[in-house]
Ligand binder design. Structure first.
Ligand code: MD3
Ligand code: FE
Length: 198
């Protein structure tokens, strides 16, 4: 059983759609290369991240925030049409996201338990798409100390986090590196689409 507001579309993307989406994300990464950014505590994240859209999510010693430009001053690339089509199919939200956050997990990368609370519109859901190697995803409750459970996210799965679950704690314990043939260098891509401006 998933918490209220969480919808897992198991195997939403077939192999052909996954390959097309990876191709579109390669274009994003060419314009805005994923970086392992510094958290406010000074530790570098193991996940390499980049963005597309009006704003991108960044972190450094100063904190977490959304910025209209990359570190080099260039704007973020547009959100690919293939990703917008997924948002329009599953989000139930009547406008498009203004940020796509792209996470790359190389062998050994993980993401600690956190909440996504830097956005300006918590009524809108977050839509996540998993590509490549499977991940052990951990999900808790609205309070940090709430009990957690975990399940596997596989290539082609689409997860919608909305309503009562929009601000729950979640993270990625580990990936099972080398399982999926989708990405040439292995690893996992996760993209999340968000509404940052209200
Ligand atoms: C639950 N990414 O980028 S996606 C993130 O697999 C993030 O890369 C993970 O957490 C990943 O912030 C998990 C699933 C997900 C995305 C957004 C959420 C779960 C969420 C927002 C609220 C609650
Ligand atoms: Fe998150």
């Amino acid at each position: 059983m998933l918490p209220d507001g969480v919808t897992l579309h198991d195997g939403f993307l077939d192999a052909v759609a996954q390959i097309a989406l990876v191709g579109a994300l390669r274009t994003v990464a060419a314009v805005a290369p994923p970086r392992r950014m510094e958290a406010p505590n000074g530790r570098r994240m193991s996940v390499a991240m980049t963005s597309a859209g009006r704003v991108g999510w960044v972190t450094d010693r100063k904190g977490y925030r959304y910025e209209p430009r990359q570190m080099n001053g260039a704007p973020w690339p547009p959100i690919p049409a293939e990703a917008l089509a997924i948002w329009r199919a599953v989000s139930g939200w009547d406008s498009d996201p203004d940020c796509l956050l792209l996470n790359h997990y190389a062998e050994g990368a993980k993401m600690g338990l956190h909440r996504d609370a830097d956005e300006g519109e918590f009524a809108a859901p977050v839509v996540s798409v998993s590509l490549g190697d499977p991940a052990r995803f951990r999900i808790g409750g609205l309070a940090r100390r709430d009990s957690t459970k975990s399940f596997e996210l596989r290539s082609g799965d689409v997860l919608v986090m909305g309503g009562a679950s929009r601000l729950i704690w979640h993270g990625v314990d580990r990936i099972r590196y080398g399982v999926s043939p989708l990405l040439a260098r292995g690893g996992r891509l996760n993209l999340t689409m968000r509404v940052v401006a209200g």
